[in-house]
Write a protein that binds this ligand. Structure first.
Ligand SMILES: *Cc1c(COP(=O)(O)O)cnc(C)c1O
Length: 360
């Protein structure tokens, strides 16, 4: 077996110890005589897996009691449509702060259900920074303010939680959920697909304040109505059982690593190491304003784009993968989520140095 160092933006690398546990459990989970994939989701075995995962998530993320945790399907992209359908109530509009392509997609989808307003955008600067909070044009009568705390493609991240007063803050945390202490109480709703920083694709986590439930439009499908999902403990129909189980193992792994404080410090060190190298080497460039740089996704370009192919070919030969940048930005992107060890980032930097020495 030879595992690569995987910088994929998502689905992304998982902790090896979790995969080994999955392997041990695969044919016979805790003497049940079955795989988690083969169990009834209503049986005692899976019910215990499901409730333990929620308990562990609540504990590591310090989720207050007045928030529901929903285990849904459809990815963050489904949530783009479900959020306005569930939260609009008797309001007519929602505000969106655009700091990258994912926020734009969320805005567009909202437009089918509500007046989707751009409260601020850095698009004219190619999404290389976060617009100053002072310049946002927030509508006090909006149903919510939507932000993307980490824009996965552009590598732009909020490092504080913006104050939106009495208008609930809604956050697409797909690519930085559980990457540091979360301050859940500052949000009305947090959501994210599991496949970047949590577990396998197919599971979507929604953390929602209870007072925001019960406002869904009458045409919202029942399995996508937050209040119904909460009442049914995310078991209105068959949930993504296996993804839920693996995610539960990841929550335990986070706890064993020292929780979100320790994970956050490690993520900070990893990102700092890579940015320090990029900033000190003129051959590589990251265009994002320093105070808004992502700790999760680090895009960078080479001084000569003709060398991109050689860079990618060499990096693969050195045992690394997933570094090709998104087509919207070009160049490279290193996604360094929770499960990427510091040694993986060091290996990438060593390769980058060697590439400059031989090709730069
Ligand atoms: C990956 C990603 C999405 C899309 O997630 P799906 O689960 O594939 O729908 C949305 N928002 C952000 C910030 C992402 O990183």
């Amino acid at each position: 077996m030879n595992r690569i160092i995987n910088f994929s933006a998502g689905p992304a690398t998982l902790p090896q110890s979790v995969l080994e546990q999955v392997q041990r459990d695969l044919l016979d989970w805790r003497d049940s005589g079955m795989s988690v994939m083969e169990m009834s989701h209503r049986g005692a075995e899976f019910m215990s897996i499901a409730s333990e995962a929620e308990k562990d998530l609540r504990e590591i993320a310090k989720i207050p009691d007045n928030y529901k945790v929903l285990f849904m399907q459809g990815g963050a992209t489904a949530q783009f449509a479900l959020i306005p359908q569930n939260l609009l109530g008797d309001k007519r509009s929602a505000d969106y702060v655009l700091t990258g392509d994912w926020g734009k997609k969320a805005l567009k989808e909202c437009g089918k259900y509500a007046k989707a307003q751009v409260a601020a955008s850095s698009e004219s600067d190619s999404f290389t920074h976060i617009p100053d909070r002072a310049g946002w044009t927030l509508d006090a009568d909006a149903a919510y303010v939507h932000i993307t705390p980490n824009e996965t493609i552009h590598g732009v991240e909020f490092h504080d939680v913006p104050d939106t007063g009495s208008v609930p803050l809604v956050a697409d945390m797909s690519s930085n959920i559980l990457s540091r202490p979360m301050e859940v109480e500052k949000y009305g709703l947090i959501y994210g697909g599991a496949q970047k920083n949590i577990g396998p694709a197919g599971l979507t986590i929604v953390i929602v304040r209870e007072d925001l439930l019960g406002k869904a439009s009458a045409t919202t499908p029942n399995v996508f109505n937050y209040a119904s999902v909460a009442d049914g403990e995310s078991m209105l129909n068959t949930p993504p059982c296996f993804a839920w189980y693996v995610s539960g193992l990841v929550f335990k792994w986070i706890r064993d690593e020292g929780g979100l404080e320790a994970i956050g410090e490690r993520n900070q060190r990893k990102a700092q190491m890579l940015y320090d190298y990029i900033d000190g080497e003129s051959f590589y460039t990251n265009p994002v304003a320093k105070q808004n740089r992502s700790r999760m996704n680090v895009p960078f370009t080479l001084a000569n784009a003709d060398l991109d192919k050689a860079f990618l070919k060499g990096v693969e030969a050195a045992g690394m993968s997933g570094l090709k940048g998104h087509r919207a930005v070009g160049g490279m992107r290193a996604s360094i989520y929770n499960a990427m060890p510091e040694s993986g980032v060091s290996a990438l930097i060593e390769y980058m140095k060697e590439f400059v020495r031989t090709q730069g």
